[in-house]
Ligand binder design. Structure first.
Ligand code: ATP
Length: 607
């Protein structure tokens, strides 16, 4: 094996997950089965080396990278990782390493320069403005990137280079890269591998920091070309969660040749090795051969005295409890907010479409109810329907806007909290605060269009009270949107199942039944609070009502009787009581939502 460096990373890892299996009559019963994903994977990586993990799809390359970089969550990871002989935990590993996941997760709207700016704000809070500018310019030059290009317009290769440059801002000692050339043409792929070889310090040409910088670079790759294959200083061949071979390309050739598995001339050696080890019979043969050679000390063996120190499952590890010199919590919120606002301003298309849909909604409702008046014979029925639509329709918009937003941003959130750029709580609080102005403006716009279009909508103070009540219900519905994304870990399952929860909330809201029949359950429904408060505000100021000529239709003398017929309160006190209860519901939903989102992030891993 090629060795060169001062820094050494030793590891021995096992990773198992519990999968649910079906059995019995019509597969009705389920049982848990432990599946081994990494099976006693051992190795040693040294600085100044560029090591590639090769193997068939599903053999465990990504899992090994995620486990080694300690960004893996879910399942049970056991074994040990040592850096220069010292056991390292997740906090230290995240500080000293960079991890590039398979896909480049970035915000679309901002430019390359802005992206660098925010990453530096998160990662290097203590450097001066001049140093920041200098670092941005240097990174743009080194990685041939145009600072003014929007991230959405970057090519696959440029995105990869940008992610790489971002990871290198903090000069990590170890760099993990998953599928480092996926989506790149052979020329771009070759150039990325050359860059990585330089970064490893093999040809220490790229002097980003001190001249003697050398790093450990470990990457996974699918079908590298022969040119690329020969740039790796070491290769790891994996099959079914096990390391079959670890050494240089020359050592691999010697091994395979000595077993009479000769790579044909002009054949890509990487392809040949992967194909050979993917055949279970040949793989077993190689493993047995290598084991016997290790006994004869011909091949290097990493069987050292590793203590079984860490047996950890995701739930035991903390996301937010590490104390170090990273950006303060409030500054994290500030940078997240700045970035989100800029991204929104630069790329408002999605929001503008949502706004247009809301506007069309308002116009449709307005056109249906524009003729209602207190003087008509069907006034009570019409106005009841109008107030229900006015109070509740917009709430769905907020619920599903938040629900979608969290799922869209989840990959970025996983990656960035995994890299310890900010804490999950800072992200959560900032996103909630950023949603508030949106809820206020949309609610008032929507309520104004609908309310003032009708004959009953002439009192400005009543409009303000109604819009305020809907806005409070909007804030509660936003918390419910976060809550849904916390309890459902899959977007599509969430969309389907949330319909059932929505139905229950609507049934107890007073829309379809007298709420006296649901004395307690109604308090969990923000639809109920919106309905009751808006109804009280409107009906309590109606002193006289016209009766319908048909004696079979119930006649109400005034607004209070209408409220009583629906089981709603009739006084101002009932409105304030609703505001208070709704506030408590909003806080409770946010607490559970935060815990749920945190569980989803931890479960899916930080990559
Ligand atoms: N948390 C998990 N729960 C269940 N199965 C898992 C988990 N993590 C990994 N696996 C399984 O482990 C195997 C290895 O996955 P991994 O993503 O590491 O493969 P890979 O070699 O990187 O594949 P590819 O080259 O296709 O990306 C797969 O069968 C995958 O389904």
């Amino acid at each position: 094996m090629y060795t060169s460096g001062e820094d050494v990373l030793d590891f021995r890892l096992n990773f198992t997950v519990t999968k649910k299996k079906r059995a019995g009559f019509l597969n009705m019963s389920t049982y848990n089965q432990e599946t081994v994903i990494l099976d006693n994977v051992r190795g040693r990586l040294e600085s100044g080396t560029l090591t590639a993990i090769l193997g068939a799809s599903g053999c465990g390359k990504t899992t090994l990278l995620a486990a080694l970089s300690q960004r893996l969550r879910g399942g049970t990871l056991s074994g040990q990782i040592r850096f220069n002989g010292e056991v390292i935990d997740r906090t230290r590993m995240t500080k000293m390493s960079g991890f590039l996941p398979q896909s480049d997760v970035i915000l679309d709207g901002i430019t390359v320069r802005e992206h660098f700016y925010f990453m530096i704000e998160f990662k290097l809070p203590n450097i001066t403005r001049m140093e920041k500018q200098h670092l941005i310019q240097k990174s743009l030059r080194k990685f041939s990137l145009n600072g003014d290009t929007k991230l959405i317009n970057l090519s696959g290769g440029e995105k990869r280079r940008l992610s790489l440059a971002t990871e290198l801002l903090t000069k990590p000692q170890v760099l993990f890269i998953d599928e480092c050339t996926s989506g790149l043409d052979s020329f771009s792929a070759l150039s990325v591998i050359h860059t990585l070889r330089d970064l490893a310090g093999f040809h220490n040409e790229l002097k980003l920091s001190s001249p003697s910088t050398s790093r450990i670079v470990l990457l996974s790759i699918h079908q590298p070309t022969s040119d690329i294959f020969h740039l790796f200083t070491n290769i790891i061949l994996m099959n079914a969660g096990r390391v079959v071979f670890h050494g240089t390309a020359d050592e691999a050739k010697t091994l395979f040749d000595s077993m009479n598995k000769i790579c044909p001339t002009r054949y890509n050696p990487a392809e040949f090795y992967v194909n050979t080890i993917s055949d279970p019979r040949q793989c077993l043969e190689i493993v047995n051969y290598v084991t016997s050679k290790k006994k004869e000390k011909i091949y290097e063996d990493y069987e050292e005295e590793f203590d079984e120190f860490c047996t950890s499952s995701s739930s035991e590890m903390s996301l937010d409890n590490e104390k170090d010199e990273r950006l303060s919590w409030l500054c994290q919120c500030k940078v997240i907010a700045h970035r989100s606002i800029l991204n929104f301003v630069r790329y408002p298309n999605h929001y503008l479409i949502e706004l247009l849909i809301l506007f069309i909604f308002s116009l449709v409702i307005m056109s249906v109810y524009s003729n209602i008046s207190l003087d008509s014979e069907s006034s009570v029925q019409d106005i009841k329907g109008f107030l229900i639509i006015l109070a509740t329709e917009i709430l769905f918009t907020f619920v599903y806007a938040v629900f979608t937003l969290v799922y869209v941003e989840l990959p970025l959130l996983r990656k960035e909290t995994g890299n310890r750029l900010y804490s999950l709580s800072a992200y959560y609080v900032t996103i909630v605060l950023l949603m508030i102005p949106r809820i206020i403006t949309e609610t008032f716009m929507y309520a104004a269009i609908i309310y003032f279009a009708t004959d009953i909508g002439s009192d400005f103070m009543i409009f303000l009270s109604i819009a305020f009540s809907i806005m409070l219900a909007g804030l509660c519905s936003m918390a419910y949107g976060f809550f849904l994304s916390g309890i459902f870990s899959s977007f599509f399952v969430g969309i389907e199942l949330s319909g059932i929860v929505d139905l229950v909330l609507l049934l107890v809201s007073g829309m379809y039944t007298n709420v006296k029949f649901v004395p307690l359950l109604k308090y969990i429904s923000f639809f109920f609070y919106a309905n009751e408060t808006v109804s009280i505000i409107f009906w309590s100021q109606v002193d006289k009502l016209k009766c319908h000529p048909n004696p079979e239709i119930q006649c109400f003398a005034n607004g209070t009787e209408v409220l009583e017929s629906m089981g709603f309160g009739t006084t101002e006190f009932d409105i304030y009581k609703d505001y208070l209860y709704q506030f408590i519901l909003t806080v409770v939903l946010h607490v559970f939502a935060f815990l749920g989102v945190r569980r989803n992030v931890r479960r899916s891993g930080f990559y």
